[in-house]
Ligand binder design. Structure first.
Ligand SMILES: [Zn+2]
Length: 122
């Protein structure tokens, strides 16, 4: 299954693949972790992600959208409704695009470091 490194886990997670084999799809639907993996059988639901993926998503999207918003505000001096019409959909689209990848990266990071949920009975 290859080496268990942080980069391997992050790369596979960012591409929404099982961190253990890199082939099976990590999610069933938008954000539900598919467990066990359909290819290697890894129990990927044992890796916690909790609030970290939304935190990372907000961090990244905020650092992209806010500077672009400020730049466009100075460059074109658009009205408030025009700014909202541009930046709210951009923000929403970026969040929806990044959230599964950030969750995958978090699961991959947990896989690489061996961090598992302690409260699961299964
Ligand atoms: Zn797998």
């Amino acid at each position: 299954m290859g080496e268990r490194s942080i980069w391997t886990g992050l790369r596979r997670g960012l591409s929404e693949r099982c961190p253990n084999c890199g082939e099976g799809r990590l999610f069933r639907g938008f954000l539900t972790v598919r467990s066990p993996c359909g290819v290697c059988g890894s129990d990927n639901a044992r890796f916690p992600s909790d609030d970290f993926p939304p935190y990372l998503t907000i961090l990244v999207v905020g650092h992209v959208v806010v500077p672009l918003f400020m730049w466009s505000d100075r460059a074109w001096e658009l009205s408030s409704w025009a700014q909202a019409a541009v930046w709210l959909p951009v923000t929403l689209a970026l969040c929806l695009a990044l959230l599964p990848r950030m969750k995958g990266a978090t699961v991959g990071l947990c896989w690489a470091t061996g961090l598992v949920r302690q409260d699961r009975t299964g």
